[in-house]
Design a protein around this ligand. Structure first.
Ligand SMILES: [Zn+2]
Length: 82
C-alpha cells in the first residue's frame, strides 16, 4: 500500500511541476516582446523596398520631368524614376 502511495506522490509531484511550468510559460513571451520591436524597427530602416509616404519622397526631377520615387535623403547614389 505504501508503494502505491509512493507512486501517487511521485505522480502528484510531477503534475505539480508541470503546473508550475505551465504557469511560468506565459512569462517568457512577455520578456521576449521588448526585444522584438527594436529588431523590427532596425529591419524597416534597412529595408529598401518599404514605400515611403508621398510627402517623404526625394522629389528630385530628371531630365524628362519625372520625379524620384525614393525616400527623402536616400542613401542610394542614383535617383529612381518609376
Ligand atoms: Zn532621389
Amino acid at each position: 500500500m505504501s508503494k502505491m502511495d509512493n507512486l501517487r506522490a511521485m505522480r502528484e509531484a510531477r503534475y505539480a511541476e508541470a503546473q508550475k511550468r505551465a504557469a511560468a510559460a506565459p512569462v517568457k513571451p512577455a520578456v521576449k516582446v521588448p526585444v522584438a520591436p527594436p529588431a523590427a524597427a532596425k529591419k524597416a530602416k534597412v529595408e529598401p523596398k518599404v514605400e515611403p509616404a508621398a510627402d517623404e519622397l526625394c522629389g528630385h526631377r530628371n531630365m524628362s520631368g519625372r520625379t524620384c520615387t525614393r525616400e527623402q535623403g536616400h542613401a542610394a547614389k542614383s535617383h529612381r524614376y518609376s
